[in-house]
Design a protein. Sequence first.
Length: 323
Amino acid sequence: MPTETLYGAFVDATNSKAVIKLNEFKARPFGKPYSVAVKNQKMAEQFVELNMSAKNIYKNFLPGPITVISKSKHKVAPGIESENGSLGIRIPDYKFVLTIIEKLNKPITATSANASYKKRPYKINDILDNISDKQKSLVDLIVDAGTLPKNEPSTVIDTTLDDSPILRQGDIKISKTEGVLSRSEENTKNIAKEIWQKYENYKGKRAIVFALTGKMGAGKTIFTKGLAQAIGITETIVSPTYSLQEEYGNDLVHIDAWRMENGEELKTLGFLKKILDKNVIAIEWADRVSEEIRKYNEEAIIIWIKIEYGKSKNERTISWQAL
């Protein structure tokens, strides 16, 4: 049925059979978390623990297209929460959905109605034209509201960490861009290590993608070397300009998109599998394949790193934003 962002697939989030059925429809593995929609903050507090950071977001931005991740109280069906026991909550700014939640008096899943990695559904045919007959048979009811405005999915904010990283940016833009000046290659490596520390808790739980942008020689490979050191890789990191990809055990995948014309070439490297395997991935010249990278913003934490030349020969301005 329609929402303020796109068409969503909705089941009772407390019903195990319904969640299994939803997984079959979405063609996604059991264990990948879903966010849920509730009618208000009071209802949210039945299912999650809200810290001050979360309460501020609820107060200033909800109802609306924002998903707030908090520590779960474990009252939803298996397969809804993340591996670390957190749960994403939405309060839609859409009367039709809110009315259904109120009548049901239970949280419902808040996930897009497309199968995993398929086209975003802004009309019913976007869904039906991209799923199998078996998937269609799983659908009990379709509410067709015509073609929806092409709004972005919800902004996703994780409030379980102190600095509340933005895991996906939607139409509501919450600025988290940070930047610092580097005066040497060693500085650049240390900055990479500091940024890694902000997200290392997600290692093994979600794919972490460092999307590196900047002119030739700006320091993208140097940044990746610092990232590798922070992870604990002792091998020599080399630029994969000609090989396109280097892998360092199960710890780091290093990709260079300089010679790629589009995201299709990223696919041929098995990018989807690397996302599903929850790898740490550094992609140089990420702006060349940005559209393909952004397809995985539900599955991965994507940190965009911009490295620019400074005033002097060795100076670099490094800014980053998690989307």
